[in-house]
Design a protein around this ligand. Structure first.
Ligand code: ATP
Ligand code: MG
Length: 338
């Protein structure tokens, strides 16, 4: 898992998201789910995308693949895959990108498996379409992959229908379906949340192997900072549709520079304190349908808030001499301490 420096031209990023803003129209109001999000993903790089519920993680993933629901739209920005603007692709070409170069595991597993098709047919279809396999090869590939994601008796299961599987197995079948087209980039939206710990570990191992074997890049959306620590090279922390902090995962998790990241970390139970109550973050995230913010989005909940925080939203910027780290906060990093 070597992270690719976005600035090095020899290894230009696989994906660049530039100034992405995404809106939903709700009852005549506009909800700005994503605001000016910029980041890149290198080849073989794993990005952990974290943040509270409603922070815009799924909207970011759906925007990249142009899979927003009817009421959603990309308001600004570009998404470049190998330097090519995905927004400019005709829908027919975009369909070839989906499940091909970029695959997504959706947060809601029930939406992505067709109940009327045998599991092997759905998976094989992807193999035929994106890899040019024969149907027979594609079915064999599907069975091998179902086995790899830990589905017992994979051949028999593959021949059955989704409703004959448990929720956990369906989730794993979806992971297999996302991987069968050998994508360059996997956007995985809470792929393991519903799975028990052992299977979750098995899936993370598989993803890590694919990163090593074929340089798979991953955007992993999760609530679980433990998972991020285990697998991600870099972390993006979202709050109210904005990136509020980003940097190498180990540095950010060990030494956060944004009070929101610190709060998230403090709301996670330590392994040795499983039974301890979570410290949840007091207060509510701001409403996203009231136009541009006139203060720091986290100011109303921030334990470190000061007058200057109410005078406009801080830019996403690096502290002196730390170009790999960015945070949207005016406090000196050393003051963001429990
Ligand atoms: P979670 O962790 O709960 O999955 P998330 O970070 O994925 O949260 P999003 O689903 O991206 O959050 O939602 C971002 C914002 O956009 C939220 O305020 C949400 O209410 C709003 N939103 C999402 N989908 C729609 C929709 N179809 N119509 C209107 N608003 C939406
Ligand atoms: Mg989501």
């Amino acid at each position: 898992m070597t992270s690719v420096e976005p600035s090095s031209s020899a290894s230009a990023p696989l994906l660049s998201v530039e100034d992405l803003s995404t809106e939903y129209a709700v009852d005549g109001r506009v909800v700005r789910a994503v605001t000016q999000v910029t980041f890149s993903v290198g080849r073989g790089e794993v990005i952990g995308l974290v943040g509270e519920s409603g922070s815009g993680k799924s909207a970011t993933g759906l925007s990249i693949l142009r899979l927003l629901p009817r009421e959603g739209r990309i308001a600004t920005g570009r998404v470049l895959l190998d330097g090519k603007d995905l927004a400019a692709l005709p829908e027919a070409e975009m369909r070839r990108v989906r499940g091909g170069r970029i695959a997504m595991i959706f947060q809601d597993p029930m939406t992505s498996l067709n109940p009327y098709l045998r599991v092997e047919e759905q998976l094989a279809e992807v193999g035929v379409l994106h890899l040019g396999l024969s149907r027979k090869q594609a079915v064999e590939e599907a069975i091998a992959l179902l086995d790899r994601v830990g589905i017992p008796d994979a051949r028999k299961r593959a021949h059955g229908y989704p409703h004959e599987m448990s929720g956990g197995m369906r989730q794993r079948a979806m992971i297999a379906m996302a991987l069968i087209g050998k994508p360059s980039l996997l956007i995985a939206d809470e792929p393991t949340t519903a799975l028990d710990v052992t299977i979750q570990a098995q899936i993370l191992d598989l993803l890590r192997e694919l990163v090593k074997e074929r340089g798979l890049s991953i955007i992993l959306v999760t609530h679980d900072l433990g998972v991020v620590a285990e697998i991600a090279d870099r972390v993006l922390v979202m709050y109210a549709g904005r990136i509020v902090e980003t940097g190498p995962a180990h540095d950010v998790l060990r030494n956060p520079y944004h009070p929101y990241t610190l709060s998230l970390l403090r709301s996670v139970p330590r392994l040795d304190q499983r039974s301890a109550r979570l410290e949840s973050i007091a207060g509510m995230p701001p409403r996203l349908d009231r136009g541009p913010f006139t203060e720091c989005s986290f100011a109303p909940r921030c334990p470190f808030v000061r007058d200057a925080c109410h005078r406009g939203e801080p830019a996403l910027a690096s502290p002196a001499s730390q170009p790999a780290r960015l945070r949207r906060c005016i406090l000196p990093p050393e003051e963001v301490r429990p």
